[in-house]
Design a protein around this ligand. Structure first.
Ligand SMILES: Cc1ncc(COP(=O)(O)O)c(C=O)c1O
Length: 397
C-alpha cells in the first residue's frame, strides 16, 4: 500500500541517530567519546528540579491551556523585556514542546504550498525538513568564508524570488557557532523589509556566547523588524533542560493564535510539570548559566588548541553554541585499512568503528567535507576524543 509521499520525502535526524548509536555502544561497555550530542552534559540545576518536584506534589499534573500556563507566559514576557529589550503581551507568546515544535508551528502557520524559506547553508538539520512538512520549499543560501559563513545581502539578493515568504536566522548558530553583529542584523532587517519577508529568528543558543560577542535579537532593532520577526527561544541549551522539552516563541497575536490552534490538536499543552520547572528556570537563580558557559568556553579553547596542532585539518572558529566544524577536505579520498573515504559520512562511520569517537558528518548540515564535534562534554573527553581523532588521521593512507 502507498504511504505518504510527504513523509517519505523527510529525512530522520542524523544527529539523533548517531547520538543514539554512540549511547548504545556505551551501554555495551565500549569506551566511546561522543562528540555527537547537541546537549549540555550538566544535569538540570537543582532549583529547577526541586520546582518540578513541588509542582507534582501540588497536583500540577493536569492539562494546562495548550499555549502554556499564564505565569510562565508572563515570565517569558519579562525575560524578553529585561534581556532582549522586546515588549510582548502574553497573547504574543506560546510555550511549545521544545523550540523544535515552535519552529514546526511557525512554518505550518505562515506557509502556503510552494512558499519559499531562505535558509543559510550550513543549516541546523531540522529546518529544511520542517519547511517541507509544511509544504514549503527550503532555499539554501550558500554562505561564504569571507563573511564568516553568515548571510550577506549581495548573496541573499541572488536567492530571493516572488515566492520567498521568510528568512531564517540562527544566531548564535548551529553548526558553526557564528554570531551576527548589530550592523549585520540591521542589513538583514532592511533586506526583509524590502521584500516583505517574515524573519524567523532562532535564538536558542543566546546565552552560550564567547569572546567579546554580544547577542542581539533582530526583533529589537526597530519597529518594522519587531513586526515581521518571529522569535524562537527555549530552555534546552541555556538551562541544560533538553529532556524537559520546553521552548517558546514570540510574534504577533495573529501568528501565535494560529500556532496555538495547530498545537492544540497536535500535542495539547507542553508537559505541565516541565512548564513549572521552566518558570523557576526563568525567574530563579541564574548563576548556573555563567558557570556552564565558562566551562564550555574552557573546553572550546582546549579543543581549538589541540586542533591547531593537527596539520591535515582546519576548523571554523566558533563564537557561540558548543560546536566546532572541522574541515576534512584534505582527508577525502584517503584510505583507512584499504577502505577509501569518499565523504564526511564515510569518515564519521570509520572514525566511530576504528577509534570509538562519534561525530556528525557535515552532510547532515548540507556542508560536505566537514565534520561537527560538540564540546558539550568533559575536558577529559575533549582531550581523549581529539587524541583519538589525531590517531585515526595518522593511520590514513
Ligand atoms: C539551532 C537549534 N534550534 C532549535 C533546537 C531545538 O531545541 P529544543 O530542544 O528546544 O527543541 C536545536 C537543538 O539542537 C538547535 O540546535
Amino acid at each position: 500500500m502507498n504511504l505518504s509521499r510527504k513523509a517519505n520525502n523527510i529525512s530522520g535526524s542524523l544527529t539523533l541517530e548517531i547520538t543514539a548509536k554512540a549511547n548504545r555502544m556505551k551501554s555495551e561497555g565500549i569506551d566511546v567519546v561522543s562528540f555527537a550530542a547537541g546537549e549540555p552534559d550538566f544535569n538540570t540545576p537543582k532549583n529547577i528540579i526541586d520546582a518540578a518536584y513541588k509542582a507534582m506534589q501540588d497536583g500540577k499534573t493536569k492539562y494546562t491551556p495548550s499555549s502554556g500556563i499564564e505565569s510562565l507566559k508572563k515570565a517569558i514576557c519579562n525575560k524578553f523585556k529585561k534581556e532582549n529589550n522586546l515588549e510582548y503581551n502574553i497573547n504574543q507568546v506560546i510555550v511549545c514542546n521544545g523550540a523544535k515544535q515552535c519552529i514546526a508551528n511557525v512554518f505550518l502557520s505562515i506557509l502556503n504550498p510552494e512558499d519559499e524559506v531562505l535558509i543559510p547553508r550550513p543549516y541546523w538539520v531540522s529546518y529544511p525538513e520542517l519547511v517541507k512538512l509544511a509544504d514549503g520549499k527550503p532555499i539554501f543560501v550558500d554562505t561564504k568564508k569571507q563573511n564568516d559563513y553568515k548571510y550577506s545581502v549581495d548573496v541573499l539578493e541572488r536567492y530571493v524570488s516572488s515566492k520567498t515568504k521568510a528568512i531564517l536566522l540562527n544566531s548564535p548558530g548551529n553548526p558553526l557557532g557564528n554570531v551576527y553583529t548589530r550592523d549585520e542584523l540591521t542589513e538583514i532587517a532592511a533586506f526583509a523589509k524590502k521584500y516583505d519577508l517574515f524573519i524567523i529568528s532562532d535564538e536558542i543558543y543566546e546565552k552560550l556566547i564567547y569572546d567579546d560577542c554580544k547577542h542581539i535579537s533582530i526583533a529589537s532593532l526597530n519597529e518594522d523588524a519587531y513586526n515581521r520577526t518571529i522569535v524562537i527561544n527555549g530552555v534546552s541549551k541555556s538551562y541544560s533542560m533538553t529532556g524537559w522539552r520546553i521552548g517558546y516563541c514570540a510574534a504577533s497575536e495573529k501568528i501565535i493564535k494560529l500556532m496555538n490552534s495547530i498545537q492544540s490538536h497536535f500535542t495539547s499543552n507542553p508537559n505541565s510539570v516541565a512548564q513549572y520547572a521552566t518558570l523557576e528556570a526563568l525567574t530563579g537563580d541564574q548563576s548556573t548559566i555563567a558557570i556552564m558557559a565558562k566551562a564550555f568556553d574552557e573546553r572550546r579553547n582546549i579543543a581549538m588548541n589541540m586542533l591547531d596542532n593537527i596539520n591535515e585539518i582546519s576548523y571554523i572558529k566558533p563564537q557561540g553554541a558548543f560546536y566546532i566544524m572541522i574541515d576534512i577536505s584534505n582527508l577525502i579520498n584517503k584510505s583507512f585499512n584499504d577502505i577509501k573515504i569518499k565523504d564526511s559520512l564515510a569518515f564519521s562511520k570509520l572514525l566511530l568503528e576504528a577509534e570509538n569517537v562519534a561525530v556528525i558528518p557535515g552532510s547532515a548540515f548540507g556542508f560536505e567535507n566537514y565534520i561537527r564535534i560538540s564540546y558539550a562534554t568533559s575536558s577529559e573527553n575533549v582531550k581523549k576524543g581529539i587524541e583519538r581523532l589525531q590517531a585515526f588521521i595518522n593511520n590514513l593512507k
